[in-house]
Design a protein around this ligand. Structure first.
Ligand SMILES: *Cc1c(COP(=O)(O)O)cnc(C)c1O
Length: 609
């Protein structure tokens, strides 16, 4: 975060404050202000940008003042219109334009939109009688709704007592685009005269604390099994021995050289890894940016899920388990589990809702051919959550010889972390593949669809703490976020507990889980994994929801532009390109989580092929 000190007036004081090396110094060219600067500005170090602050001055005045005083930025505090900003930008193309908006108790963010292209920054100040220097803060929570990606200055009444609130703010979603802190009257001895010692103290304290916070803050799991406030293991006592056995052993086992060797070998020879990182030329041309597809659709069994089931079957072997259970909704995870059980010659029992068994006949047949028993869940809505309940019941009754393979980054700790680690092979490959193709390991954006969140966790994993990589999580909006037929958990969910972990969850007012809906069976889940709940709550990832229609059309577009038929889940991620702009030189990697063979009937019905 940058620091701007505004309302400088006296030459000696300007020199003193400049020695503290703030990033910006502000000078008010508005003669009704008590901080109006009437003298010449002394020379300050080049690294400090000088900002001229104006209130409804004529464009000519602004231009001459900038040239005369050699300013690097202008801050517009009045009712300056978009055209006015345009005029200034045309005459002074190298000057940064900061447009001020004042906030009281609420703010209509729609007014920002027309200024997006003509301003470099926004500045949010407290609404008061006079422009600037009122000494009051506004409610920063309002910025949670900030709809833009333009960096902004946070201003209005910031003083010593705001250090703690700023530190807290810095870990919230609202601060994602906060570029600088702007201070003024709270550090004054008299209007325009700043208190050197107090500002020095403030700067030292704020920035050392911010750096420390940044250093210790990780978007990965902590030693207690939480991502921020999400995660943990909320399980019945009877399940404790099983989960605890896994928790105590999973990291140890994964670190064993023989485990790694066997895992890597199977990923290579059985799954077909590394999966290609394919530059999608025609898609890139259409959306005027550089798009790479991470081809998880080319894995054995047609999706990323096999990465996890291979890892977990090896884990089960090491723990001496002879019997594997799993739950499945659409059958994809059931098939991936039945596959690895056949590979290892282990007994496999898959729980599946009675309704889902009827809807997903081909996958039920696949599981049976692979030797699994498919047991219908007959209670409740007879879908995924009921199948999960049955699987948990089974595990409680068979604590010694059975391993439960969970199919996404959900469930009690250590499952979300274990599954994320198995899937992290996806971003590990992306790093060296990007190095080969682009000469750098980091993309500008990573896009992935989120059901429970395992393909996204794999694609994000290596970049979680690399905050210059933008992460984009795509949820299924179904018929529309507000339609009542949706699976957009971040938009609709509240904190709750599902499948043993504290996360975001779609629920009724009295805490009952809401039935989700999406055309894509793999995204049709009422929660998200705790990693993603935290990425949402902290603003580390952008969340976008995509409707059935948008996804189906994006899927068809990929067929016709690139000759690839994607899974409908992955089509949700592809629909982002119609919803969000990327720059031509930006590198965007999209996790193509699966192939569309399983969805053929859906595509046929939808497009009346
Ligand atoms: C299961 C599935 C998903 C959703 O699961 P995540 O755990 O969120 O990755 C996405 N795409 C495909 C192809 C799937 O089979």
């Amino acid at each position: 975060m940058k620091l701007k000190v505004c309302g400088m007036k006296f030459p000696d004081n300007i020199n003193a404050i400049a020695s503290l090396q703030p990033d910006y110094l502000g000078f008010i060219f508005y003669d009704k202000s008590a901080r109006f600067i009437s003298t010449e500005i002394p020379n300050v170090p080049k690294a400090i940008k000088k900002v001229g602050v104006f209130v409804n001055a004529s464009a000519d005045t602004v231009v001459t003042t900038v040239l005369k005083n050699n300013l690097q930025a202008v801050q517009l505090h009045g009712e300056e219109a978009v055209d006015y900003c345009k005029t200034i930008k045309e005459q002074l193309p190298n000057i940064e334009i900061i447009k001020v908006f004042s906030i009281k108790d609420e703010f209509n963010f729609d007014v920002l939109e027309p200024f997006e292209t003509v301003c470099d920054y926004f500045l949010f100040d407290t609404k008061g009688k006079l422009p600037g220097g009122n000494g009051y803060t506004f409610n920063w929570n309002i910025l949670k709704k900030y709809p833009s990606t333009k960096p902004y200055f946070l201003s209005g009444g910031i003083g010593d007592s705001e250090i703690e609130p700023i530190l807290e703010f810095s870990t919230s979603k609202a601060s994602k685009y906060c570029y600088a802190i702007d201070v003024n009257s709270k550090f004054e001895i008299e209007p325009g005269l700043k208190d050197f010692e107090r500002l020095e103290q403030f700067k030292k304290q704020l920035f050392s604390n911010l750096a420390a916070k940044q250093h210790t803050m990780s978007y990965n799991i902590n030693e207690k099994g939480y991502y921020g406030e999400f995660g943990g293991a909320y399980i019945p006592e009877m399940l404790y021995p099983n989960v605890e056995e896994l928790r105590q052993n999973y990291l140890k086992i994964m670190a064993e050289p023989s485990f790694k060797e066997e895992f890597d070998q199977l990923l290579k020879d059985y799954v077909g890894r590394p999966s290609p990182l394919y530059f999608a030329k025609r898609l890139s041309e259409k959306y005027n940016t550089k798009i790479y597809l991470k081809r998880e659709d080319l894995n054995h069994t047609g999706a990323h899920k096999i990465n996890n089931t291979i890892g977990q079957i090896l884990m089960a072997n090491r723990l001496g388990k002879k019997r594997i259970i799993a739950e499945t909704g659409a059958g994809q995870h059931g098939v991936a589990t039945a596959t690895v059980c056949a590979l290892m010659g282990l007994e496999c029992i898959v729980y599946m809702g009675e309704i889902d068994i009827a809807r997903q006949a081909p996958n039920v047949a696949r599981m049976k051919m692979l030797g699994a028993s498919v047991i219908p869940a007959l209670s409740g809505s007879r879908t995924l959550k009921d199948a999960t309940n049955e699987a948990i019941r089974d595990w409680i009754n068979n604590p010694v010889d059975t391993h439960y393979i969970i199919g996404s980054v959900v469930g009690p700790h250590p499952y979300p972390d274990m599954v994320a680690r198995f899937q992290s092979v996806v971003s590990q490959e992306m790093e060296w593949q990007l190095q080969e193709k682009e000469g750098r390991t980091k993309p500008d954006h990573v896009i992935a669809c989120v059901g429970g969140g395992s393909n996204a966790a794999g694609a994000f994993y290596q970049y979680l703490d690399e905050t210059d990589v933008n992460l984009i999580a795509v949820e299924a909006a179904g018929l529309g976020v507000d339609s009542g037929e949706s699976a957009a958990t971040s938009a609709l969910g509240r904190e709750g507990i599902i499948h043993g972990s504290k996360t975001l969850l779609m629920q009724t007012d009295d805490g009952q889980i809401t039935e989700p809906y999406s055309i894509s069976a793999g995204l049709d889940y009422p929660g998200v994994g705790p990693m993603h709940a935290n990425l949402f709550a902290t603003g580390r990832a952008e969340f976008i929801s995509i409707t059935d229609d948008e996804a189906m059309n994006a899927g068809m577009e990929l067929c016709q532009l690139e000759g690839i038929i994607p899974a409908i889940e992955s089509s949700h991620a592809l629909a982002v390109f119609k919803n969000r702009k990327f720059e031509p030189e930006e590198v965007v990697v999209l996790s193509l989580s699966g192939r569309g063979d399983k969805d053929l009937q859906n595509y046929i019905d939808y497009f009346k092929i």
